[in-house]
Design a protein around this ligand. Sequence first.
Ligand code: DAH
Length: 339
Amino acid sequence: MIAKINEYIAEVEAFEATSAASLEEFRIRFLGKKGVLTELFDEFKKAPVEQKKEIGQALNRLKTAATERVSTAREQMEAAADANAEKSDLSRPSLTLPIGSRHPISQVRRQVVDIFSRIGFTLSDGPEIEDDWHNFTALNLPEYHPARDMQDTFFIQTCPDILLRTQTSSVQARHMEKNQPPIRIISPGRVFRNEAISYRAHCMFHQIEGLYIDKNVSFADLKQTLQYFTQEMFGKSKIRLRPSYFPFTEPSAEVDVYWGLETEADYRITKGTGWLEIMGCGMVDPNVLRNVGIDPDVYTGYAFGMGIERMAMLLYQIKDLRLYFENDVRFLRQFSEVL
Ligand code: DAH
């Protein structure tokens, strides 16, 4: 009888289920009511007492082997069925992952950079932690120059020569030190000022600086470039240049774009004038060129600088500067379709 049981054990161990039906057949054959095991247990009852222990143990081994074989084969079949279902059901809808969107500041930055790169400007950038020379002195703002007060600066306490740049104009100075004209660069970046945070001021914001230096660059070139820019950016090319003062340009101007007075919003954002100030600009001061090793008798150029938050505010009618930096998805989601 032992030999018979061992044969069955070998059969159980060799069994491979080829289908659900063959597995069920196997289960009934061994574990069913009238199956092999029932039959053997009946036979076992009649076995001589001295053989009972050995036969009993062998029977138990057979029973465990058959039960385990059935359950592992069943698990394997279920797993295979799952995998198959995943592979073949091509009509199942995919998971919709929220893909997010670009921040409005990034969108506007990309748009401005794109507009200028179409007319030959290339990107140049500089560090946010800057030294006094590049942020101020080289740009015609020597120590004690009253115009330094226009930009409340964060200094590094232990090292008064190091500061957080207050303007991306610092990149002008860096770029001109390392490159000779012709120079045509656009420099977007973060700037910092020690301002109390409110709906219209922040201690961190973004600017884009532009610089063009070559032989015979004139104020007319500047005006043409600005007109091209406002047309591409806002669809408006009527601009005016109001005389202004910046230490690094002479003459200097503020650029206003004619926004129009068609809607109530136009009245509100232009304070009833139809005009909107969008940036500062001017012809690069000969002192700046001299400071960075470019001969002002040979070369001239223009520069301009604008705030990205302000551009985005005008484009999307955003009224509170703080919204840009709070990462409220309800605000950010509104920009997923723009541009
Ligand atoms: N750096 C100036 C600011 O932060 C903006 C600016 C004005 C940049 C005139 C220029 C410029 O290059 O010519 O207020």
